[in-house]
Design a protein around this ligand. Structure first.
Ligand code: GRF
Length: 222
């Protein structure tokens, strides 16, 4: 099979049925593609992209971040991804009549990149069982608690209110049950006496930026 390497940088964007596309980036066809889904600041996505660049994942692991997709056009992480020359897309979930319709469109968009790995990085959507089944074995998430403690929202507030002495983050495989699935990596931080949820979140997030890229590396090496 011929192997070729081309780099395409286009500043092309268009909008159709709730989608906005920007294309560009490294289009080698023999790569393990990583697609990252975000909804907000995208700091975990940025940590993965930066680690990939620093450690030359393209050369060393044959892998690249092929696309960053958001369900929110205003997600700050999209700016970073664009600046990195990574193709981005926005699928506004409000433009679809049902969760199933949105997830079907999302699958279509993700599968344009034939992903070896789909990374949820602050993607604030509950996914349908059909979506999860489609990516079984190649869908991972990071959750800001020491799972199985505190699945769901407001994890830092709940950890403080429960009197936990330690908190942390968990990278896990995604299954149909929210914030369950095999644990791939964890980081532990102390909960300090004067912590607010915001202060604790910041301490945990620093560790997320360490363990998520590492978990991606481990996955790609499998
Ligand atoms: C992180 O705390 C992550 O654990 C949770 O959402 C937050 C996303 O932050 N799922 P960012 O968008 O990666 O900065």
């Amino acid at each position: 099979m011929p192997i070729f390497s081309t780099t395409v940088r286009l500043s092309l964007s268009w909008s159709r049925q709730g989608r906005v596309y920007r294309e560009g980036g490294d289009n080698r066809d023999n790569m393990k593609n990583i697609v990252i889904l975000i909804s907000g600041s995208g700091s975990n996505m940025a940590a993965i992209v930066q680690r990939g660049r620093q450690e030359d994942w393209a050369e060393r692991l044959g892998a690249k971040v092929a696309a960053v997709i958001s369900n929110k056009a205003e997600a700050k992480g999209l700016v970073f991804a664009c600046e990195e020359g990574i193709p981005t897309a926005v699928l506004d979930h409000k433009a679809y009549p049902s969760r199933e319709a949105f997830d079907a469109a999302l699958v279509q968009e993700i599968d344009r990149h034939a992903p070896a790995l789909v990374v949820l990085a602050g993607f604030m959507r509950i996914l349908t069982p059909g979506f999860v089944a489609h990516y079984a074995g190649r869908l991972i998430n990071i959750h800001p608690s020491l799972l199985p403690a505190f699945p769901g929202l407001h994890t830092h507030k709940r950890a403080i209110e429960a009197g936990c002495k330690f908190a942390g983050a968990t990278v896990h495989e995604v299954t149909a049950e929210l914030d369950h699935g095999t644990i791939l990596a964890q980081a532990v931080v102390p909960v300090l006496p004067d912590d607010t949820p915001e202060v604790l979140a910041e301490r945990v997030l620093t560790q997320e930026h360490r363990i998520y890229p590492q978990a991606v590396i481990e996955f790609l090496k499998k």
